[in-house]
Ligand binder design. Structure first.
Ligand code: TRP
Length: 357
């Protein structure tokens, strides 16, 4: 039997997952589990690279993230789901890879530069928000140092995540390509000094459809426009009924502009969801353009279509949420399987670096 290629991907445990996470990440992971040896890593250490002083919600967020992955249909029988901090070899490999990684590669990483700016902005606004109310928190935020060794080394840790499993394919979104390029460069540099140990991991770019949030901007937790995987039917209804459509479509009979374009730059959010969930989406668009379908009816139709997938999410989430021991066991088993591979890779790494005879 021919060997299946190794797929590794990871995600920071940000908490409740939304449809953007589902369509952009988890859905692809589920598909790849059928074809490859897949390892999916809850990157809790990565979470600390930026959020090291916000750890009070970390455990809750880890649990919510994994519950939502399971609710979305990620199957622990078909892939290895594990938590980074349960496999300490990630830290050892990151340390050793750090020995060969020039600082200039990290300082020129576009994500590092952008995130420094982004984080500085959010910290500042938090600071202003909290300043008046809670002086103590404000001081903590003020002292939050962003230019840390850990944050600069984010891509080295990510390279370790991948190379520890000799990951060959890495499903990621566009935004992660610079990180993956760094992983490849680090692997190449390591191999050129110590001998061939690691394959150079290639991205599998997910064909992520643009998924707008309820207000038409990119779906994001921080914008408050997200539709979560575990919405109740009431909250889902409220969100769908409030979705951005086409402000120029005043009456049901006014011809609408469902697609993003000059007439309606963000495009109708309800239509974007029809495209994902409704095989008859083209007809919906045609009727809207012809002024034969009003937004309220359109939203009700969408709700009817979303009912089934969301009930499935909810049911599965409930099953796992009511059985914490089962979830713990999934992570324990995942860590065991991941470690078995990690330990073998580290033996080879230590030999290659003459740390062991
Ligand atoms: N940096 C990734 C993100 O923010 C998460 C991540 C951590 C990752 N380790 C990884 C992705 C390994 C791919 C492979 O989305």
């Amino acid at each position: 039997m021919s060997r299946r290629a190794v797929v590794l991907s990871g995600s920071r445990p940000t908490g409740r997952q939304h449809l953007g996470n589902y369509w952009g990440v988890v859905r692809n992971w589920i598909g790849l589990s059928e074809q490859y040896d897949c390892y999916y890593c809850l990157a809790d250490w990565h979470m600390l690279t930026t959020g090291y002083e916000e750890v009070s919600a970390l455990q809750r967020n880890i649990l919510d993230t994994i519950l939502d992955w399971l609710a979305a249909g990620l199957d622990p029988e078909k892939c290895v789901i594990f938590k980074q901090s349960d496999v300490p070899e990630h830290a050892e490999l990151a340390l050793l890879l750090g020995m060969v990684t020039p600082l200039s590669w990290l300082e020129n990483n576009p994500t590092w530069k952008e995130q420094l700016q982004e984080l500085a902005k959010t910290k500042l606004s938090k600071l202003q928000e909290q300043g008046a109310r809670e002086e103590r928190t404000a001081t903590a935020a003020q002292q939050h140092e962003l230019r840390t060794f850990g944050f600069l080394g984010y891509p080295v840790l990510q390279a370790a995540d991948i190379l520890l499993y000799r990951g060959e394919k890495v499903p990621v979104g566009q935004d992660q390509l610079p990180h993956l390029e760094l992983s490849r460069e680090i692997a190449r540099k390591f191999n050129s000094i110590f001998g061939q140990v690691f394959p150079e991991p290639l991205p599998i770019l997910s064909e992520t459809p643009r998924l707008p949030g309820t207000d038409g901007r990119k779906m994001s937790k921080s914008y408050g426009n997200a539709v979560d995987i575990d919405e109740t039917s009431e909250s889902l209804q409220a969100k769908v009924m409030s979705m951005y459509t086409d402000p120029k479509k005043i009456k049901a009979t006014t011809p609408g502009h469902p697609d993003p374009g000059p007439e309606n730059p963000p495009g109708c959010v309800v239509y974007a969801l029809h495209k994902l969930y409704n095989p008859q989406w083209a007809e919906v668009g045609a009727k809207c353009r012809a002024g034969e379908l009003g937004c309220v009816q359109d939203k009700k139709d969408l709700l009817g279509i979303l009912d089934k997938p969301f009930s499935e999410f909810r049911q599965r989430r409930q099953t796992y949420a009511s059985d914490p021991r089962r979830v713990e066991k999934i992570l324990e088993d995942g860590a065991k399987k991941a470690r078995a591979v990690a330990v073998e890779t580290m033996k080879e790494v230590r030999r290659a670096m003459r740390l062991k005879a």
